[in-house]
Design a protein around this ligand. Structure first.
Ligand code: C5P
Length: 285
């Protein structure tokens, strides 16, 4: 049997850290939304319990270090599945970019293997399992738009943002999320995103208000370590965009614009000095 799943990337409309927890993780509040840039995960069932993985990209591990592999293994072990799976990842989402590419691959593998192995688990059950793989995996199991709390695993669905486009610029470097969190000094945070306000705005569907509330407390941390990320944002701001922010722990910088024409214009401008640029619709549902 064969199953194919889309694994869309996410952006953070907001990311706030409340405090550092005893377990070393940070207590978070984030509003995340899916975008129309996705990997494709193809899954073939195997009669033996073997799990194998291949990827179109040499940038991701092809063995048990890959989050998609770990997702299949966890599901197989937890539910005593006697079958295995061959996983093929068609990679489109930039790696280690702040877009949850690896987490989304793991989430898509959970959804796909659930079908392939006829486990009939709910998305909520898959999300709970996904939290054991990574903090962003539960959100990616559901997709859409959501407020994520706790480590990132407590998900409340939100209405999709108003229709708009997102232009992503990925600097030629990868960033370690663990490293960025380690450098974060919570008492030094100056600008916190107004999470409650953006949640209310999403309920009203007001685009102009929504873009005023975008914010990410990790942005100054990543930018202080990697000045090229700050420079990239400054160059984008010079085009007069008012909705530009780093996603997750970075380094990808996104800008929201209302129309396809504006997205194309910004895409063409950014291509002049950044190699990896994408203009896609914000899905949000
Ligand atoms: O959960 P995940 O493995 O994706 O997290 C990567 C790293 O990011 C963790 O090892 C931790 O250092 C940091 N992190 C954190 N607080 C969170 C989520 C992640 O400190 N809520």
């Amino acid at each position: 049997m064969f199953v194919s799943e889309k694994a869309p990337a996410k952006i953070n409309l907001t990311l706030d850290t409340l405090y550092k927890r005893r377990d070393g993780y940070h207590e978070l509040e984030m509003v995340m939304t899916t975008i129309d840039l996705a990997d494709r995960i193809d899954l073939w069932s195997r009669d033996s319990r073997r799990i194998t993985l291949e990827s179109s990209s040499g940038l991701v591990p092809q063995d048990e270090r890959n989050l998609a592999y770990r997702a299949a293994l966890l599901l197989q072990q937890r539910y005593g599945v006697r079958q295995g799976v061959h996983i093929r990842i068609d990679k489109r989402v930039p790696v280690a970019a702040g877009l949850a590419g690896g987490s989304s691959d793991a989430a898509a593998t959970l959804r796909g293997c659930n079908k392939l192995w006829s486990l009939n688990l709910t998305l909520r059950e898959l999300a709970r399992l996904g939290a054991e793989i990574g903090s962003d995996v539960p959100f990616c199991v559901f997709g859409g738009t959501a407020l994520a709390k706790g480590r990132g695993e407590r998900i409340t669905a939100l209405p999709a943002p108003p229709h708009c486009w997102v232009v992503l610029a990925k600097p030629p470097r990868s960033v370690s999320t663990a490293d960025v969190y380690q450098r974060l000094r919570i008492h030094q945070i100056k600008d916190r995103p107004r999470t409650a306000a953006i949640v209310e705005t999403l309920k009203k569907g007001d685009y102009d208000q929504m873009i005023q509330y975008l914010g990410n407390v990790l942005e100054p941390v990543t930018m202080s370590v990697y000045p090229d990320v700050r420079l990239l944002k400054e160059r984008i701001l010079r085009f007069g965009v008012k909705s530009t922010l780093m996603s997750g722990s970075g380094p990808t910088i996104y800008s929201l614009v209302r129309t396809e024409a504006q997205a194309k214009r910004l895409y063409n401008s950014l291509r002049g000095f950044c190699q990896q640029v994408y203009a896609v619709r914000l899905l949000g549902r």
